[in-house]
Design a binder for this molecule. Sequence first.
Ligand code: HEM
Length: 181
Amino acid sequence: MKGVVFRGLEALVIETQGMAAWEGLLDKHAPEDRVYISAQSYPDEELFAMAKDVADILEKPFVDVLRIFGEYLFGYLTEKHAGMLQQFSGFQSLILGIDSVIHAEVAKLYHEPNLPLISSELIKPGCILLKYSSCRKLCFCAEGLIYGAGSHYGVNTQIEHQQCMHDGYDHCRLLLTFEEG
Ligand code: HEM
């Protein structure tokens, strides 16, 4: 996983729990003197271990923490990549362009990124079927990113996770229902 994602987690932990909490996570789960550099890759396990600890500290289910993180990450990534959102007229066009526009751009900016496969299709007005697959199975983080996009555009979004890789399927099916504000 790219350092930019770790830095997003770092920013969230420092903002909500303070610097000492972040340093505690680093001491426990990262090699000594670890500094995350946005464009470099680090082991996925490091991120998972830290997010699991955050869940324990907050006494929240791991999947809820991944959602909260995803929601925060949307704002973090779009701030770091100013200009990315200018290509979209709103929530719907952004969701339909995750793979073909956003992650395609990410693939040009970062060396060998590990991106999920996402396809999204407008089923009817206010309703998108999004398919997600990735060996990292971060579908709950994807949910959070979608909610983050919803809050950015002031769009009320509901997600029905109709099938999940965590139940053995080869991809997740997320049915998004939204009302453009
Ligand atoms: C609703 C919108 C988005 C969704 C659902 C989404 C989904 C995801 C997910 C779930 C991952 C984790 C990797 C995996 O699952 O295998 C990921 C990685 C990533 N995404 Fe997105 N994303 C969205 C928007 C964005 C935006 C706006 C940016 C940048 C401006 C971005 C940049 C990245 C980067 C840099 C990574 C890390 C790649 C790596 O570690 O090699 N994404 N995305």
